[in-house]
Design a protein around this ligand. Structure first.
Ligand code: OXD
Ligand code: MN
Length: 590
């Protein structure tokens, strides 16, 4: 078993992990297509994934019914001092946690192969990219990491002899005795925990094989650990899509947008505009690393190399570009399987066809609940997106003209409004709340605060994170303007007022033109709302409620925010409390 690399500290860590986890075999991943094919073939032969007749080089698989989403209650930030973790994260003393993890990982890979997965978040060769190494016993995780990151040899080359990396130890937590038959989807739900050591820049994940719990480059490295690195180094790691938008005259701008999980980031990132002459191109759909460029502007890089998108609800109507993207080379997890060897999910195209196998791996009947799990996913290389932005791999990133925050709110929040200043924009980010979705385990549809859509992903004290955003605003030039959008407002009849999807380009157009100074806005107590939103050709039944500012509802929102912000005492920045006070005063005098 030759798993030596050129990097001595990596070799040392691998030796430690081998000694602790006691695998039967060790495999250093080179990240090649040949390796991917071989690993996938192994899973096919074991009956764990099914090749799809209708989509070249694509597979269907399903997980344990209880290992289907991120588990926030079992996600820990083990900072040295409890107060640095903050009230929105779960903390445990790092020493105690290390001791527990040592117990759990001891012998956890017996009878299995340990895969060493070097990966690079951000373009290979970029000085801003971060190398991670995931050690895992899940072949499914390896296959997904190959799609989601720049994995294997290129990452090791980027790391070089002396480079540093973020270690991430992952195990499904099910050792195998000699001759013991493996579980269909091995996982150890009782001991499941996703652990981050922000000062050590280290990740340990035990017991889950699904999504953000197991693909450590995504939420664990690119958000939780990277947010702590960004705080220390003066940049931002954000839960944001990045898109390029070009107007009919050929002028192009870039916009980043933060929405909570499963609130339409991928749909917006791949938007097919309904307005003639407008074009959107996709840089990323989930994560943005944002830094100052030499000219003082903010530039964004998507550290990922693939999309791990929510399948249900994705269709020709909601996201035709995603539909093209996933035609080949895609892993589908927890969707339904059709008898003709294709996949199906709720919202793809009408009623369920006959003969479906549900995400539970059993024949589907109308009584057995949804055929696909609401958090079912596709994993696919980003370059397959037909509107992949030509600058998506630019190591310096793309310059941002606007930043958008948003949530899923059935009332109060208008379709779009613009902040009055950077500080007011940061206040808007801090005030995001949204109805919960299936992306995380727990109740769906409950309103919860999700500042900057980072509630589950900020690797340190949220109050310090707000301050970091305020500080960033003092350093830059030509900063992006900050907006708040809400596609989900409902009218008196309980129906969505705004059609959404491709029509959202009308909102992007207004933002585009505002940032050029060529579009009117009306000053209201909450910020600027459009006076001339392009609604040409649209029939809206409750247009008057789209942009209205309900004074009483906003005053109530202020009271709610006041008590929420107390949570961050004594680290709540004064600037944001001032913004809240001023908002109240503007509302009272309106
Ligand atoms: C995701 C999430 O998977 O936010 O992107 O949960
Ligand atoms: Mn996300």
């Amino acid at each position: 078993m030759n798993y030596k690399t050129r990097n001595r500290s990596l070799n040392r860590w691998i030796e430690e992990a081998v000694a602790l986890c006691k695998p039967e075999r060790v495999h250093l991943c080179d990240g090649s297509d040949v390796e991917y094919d071989e690993l996938a073939r192994g899973l096919v032969e074991a009956g764990k994934i099914t090749p799809l007749k209708k989509r070249p080089n694509s597979f269907w698989c399903h997980s344990d019914p209880d290992d289907v989403a991120r588990v926030e209650e079992s996600t820990f930030i083990c900072s040295e001092r409890e107060e640095d973790c903050g009230p929105t994260n779960h903390w445990q003393d790092p020493k105690t946690m290390h001791a527990k993890l040592n117990e759990l990982f001891d012998g956890c890979m017996q009878g299995r192969t340990m895969y060493i997965v070097p990966y690079c978040m951000g373009p290979v060769g970029s000085e801003f990219s971060i190398v991670g190494v995931q050690i895992t016993d899940s072949v499914y995780a390896v296959l997904n990491m190959k799609i989601m990151t720049r994995m294997g040899k290129p990452a090791l080359e980027h790391l070089g002899e002396k480079g540093t990396f973020v270690p991430g130890l992952h195990s499904v937590g099910v050792p195998l005795k000699p001759g013991q038959k493996d579980m269909f989807w091995p996982c150890n739900l009782k001991e499941r925990r996703i652990v981050h050591f922000p000062e050590e820049r280290r990740i340990c994940s035990f017991g889950s094989g699904y999504g953000g719990n197991a693909l450590l480059g995504k939420k664990c490295l690119a958000l939780r650990i990277a947010s702590a690195i960004g705080r220390d180094e003066g940049w931002l790691a954000e839960h944001m899509l990045i898109l390029g938008i070009t107007n009919p005259e050929g002028e192009k701008k870039y916009i980043a947008a933060a929405f909570p999980s499963a609130c339409g980031k991928t749909n917006l990132a791949m938007l097919q505009p309904t307005l003639p002459g407008w074009k959107v191109e996709c840089v990323g759909d989930d994560i943005a690393w944002i830094r100052f460029g030499k000219d003082g502007r903010l530039y964004a890089v998507n550290p990922e190399n693939g999309y791990f998108g929510v399948a249900p609800g994705t269709s020709e109507k909601t996201n035709p570009n995603a539909m093209r993207t996933i035609e080949r080379n895609t892993i589908f997890t927890n969707v339904a399987l059709k008898p003709d060897g294709d996949v199906w999910w709720e919202g793809i195209n009408g009623a369920p066809p006959p003969g479906l196998i549900s995400w539970l791996g059993k024949p589907w009947t109308p009584e057995s609940g949804p055929a696909s799990h609401p958090n079912a996913r596709y994993t696919v290389p980003s370059r397959q997106c037909p509107i992949f932005d030509p600058e998506a791999n630019n190591p310096d990133g793309v310059p941002l003209s606007a930043i958008i925050f948003g949530g899923r709110r059935s009332s109060t929040i208008p379709l779009v409004f613009e902040s009055l200043s950077w500080q007011h924009g940061v206040f808007l980010g801090a005030s995001v709340s949204s109805e919960t979705t299936a992306a995380a385990k727990g109740e769906v549809g409950k309103l919860r605060h999700d500042p900057f859509a980072m509630l589950p992903f900020c690797g340190y004290h949220m109050g310090d994170y707000f301050s970091h955003w305020l500080e960033m605003g003092k350093r830059g030039k030509n900063l992006p303007r900050i907006y708040y959008v809400n596609w989900f407002r409902k009218g008196a009849d309980g129906r969505f007022i705004w059609p959404g999807f491709g029509e959202n380009c009308r909102v992007l157009k207004w933002i585009f033109e505002r940032t050029s100074g060529s579009e009117e806005g009306k000053l209201t107590p909450i910020g600027y709302v459009p006076t001339s939103l392009d609604l040409s050709g649209l029939k809206l039944s409750q247009e008057e409620s789209l942009l209205s500012v309900d004074k009483e509802a906003w005053l109530q929102e202020c009271e709610e925010l006041k008590s929420y912000f107390k949570l961050f005492d004594p680290r709540m920045p004064k600037g944001l409390l001032q913004e809240l006070q001023q908002l109240k005063e503007r509302l009272h005098s309106s």
